[in-house]
Design a protein around this ligand. Structure first.
Ligand SMILES: [Zn+2]
Length: 305
């Protein structure tokens, strides 16, 4: 079987995932090739999850095995964890909850917990440390007790990563977005999901979506606004978009407040295909003004300052 070219959409998605730069964070060289993590000769296909953008130098090192498959999977997982464009704090301190298993190179858990200096935000830190530890226990149970650990048999790593971005941080509010990525051995591809938390400060209070609005119709309004935005830039399947934006609480559970307004994240498969990655829609304060909880209207004026 001769090797067909990588389909153009898949190649584009792989390049976009890496920002058209080498996927190795410390390299980031701007000229890139698309590399097969498991060689094409073995898989005989161009699956998005098996492809990574590498510069010619890193590509050679990967071909020689100096950068092994597990490392490439980790680099790729880090790409899908980075959701950078809206983040306001890029140098946030964190510590890592991690675990690996001696002799089982496929077993990897890594979860970042933000470390806050301000005393009121310690409770936020506690929340995420607890979340990280809970995910670690799930990871152990699933990958250690239920799954074979031998990477040679299973082809894929048993990987869970969690990384976060601070989407907005002021003296009155903090809004955080997590990206959890899991890759189970034998799975066709990894599984990404977003977890978001927004808190008012002084005193710290967790905000649910419903707290943001004074109108009973907020789900209908969010549904309408996100449908318009998602269908506007074309290329999406209308049926798919409608399903993922039905006026149900769960469809809008991943939200952040950012300086521009309300940011909604739709995970893979919700409004678009897996290769498209998570989709993000921002609704400006101006569009929200009339339906917002009057007690939170100060947030929109804060963003001007
Ligand atoms: Zn490179």
């Amino acid at each position: 079987m001769s090797r067909p070219a990588i389909p153009r959409e898949i190649k584009r998605a792989v390049l976009i995932e890496a920002g058209h730069r080498c996927a190795i964070q410390t390299c980031k060289y701007p000229a890139v090739d698309v590399h097969h993590i498991i060689p094409w000769e073995k898989t005989k296909d161009h699956n998005y999850d098996n492809l990574i953008a590498l510069c010619p130098n890193c590509h050679r090192r990967a071909d020689r095995g100096e950068i092994d498959r597990k490392s490439l999977r980790m680099y790729k997982a880090q790409l899908s964890a980075s959701i950078g464009e809206h983040a306001v704090v890029t140098n946030q301190e964190y510590y890592i909850i991690n675990e690996s298993q001696e002799g089982h190179p496929g077993y990897e858990f890594e979860f970042k917990v933000p470390r806050f200096v301000d005393p009121d935000l310690r409770v936020v830190e506690d929340y995420f440390r607890t979340l990280g530890n809970r995910l670690l226990h799930e990871h152990r149970n699933y990958h250690y007790l239920l799954e074979p650990l031998d990477i040679e048999f299973t082809m894929g790593p048993n990987l869970t990563t969690g990384s976060f971005e601070i989407m907005w941080l002021t003296s009155l509010l903090v809004s955080i977005k997590y990206r959890i990525y899991e890759y189970g051995s034998g799975a066709m591809h990894g599984n990404g999901k977003s977890i978001t938390r927004t808190y008012l400060r002084d005193p710290v209070q967790h905000l649910d979506l419903k707290h943001l609005f004074n109108s009973e119709d907020y789900l209908l309004i969010l549904s309408k606004l996100t449908r318009e935005a998602l269908l506007q830039d074309g290329g999406r399947d209308e049926f798919w978009v409608r399903g993922g934006t039905e006026p149900l609480e769960k469809n809008f559970a991943s939200f952040n407040l950012v300086s521009g307004g309300l940011l909604l994240t739709f995970d893979e498969y919700v409004v678009d295909c897996y290769a498209a990655g998570p989709q993000v829609i921002e609704i400006s304060w101006g569009k929200l003004k009339d339906i917002m909880n009057p007690r939170l209207l100060f947030l929109s004026s804060q963003s001007l300052g």
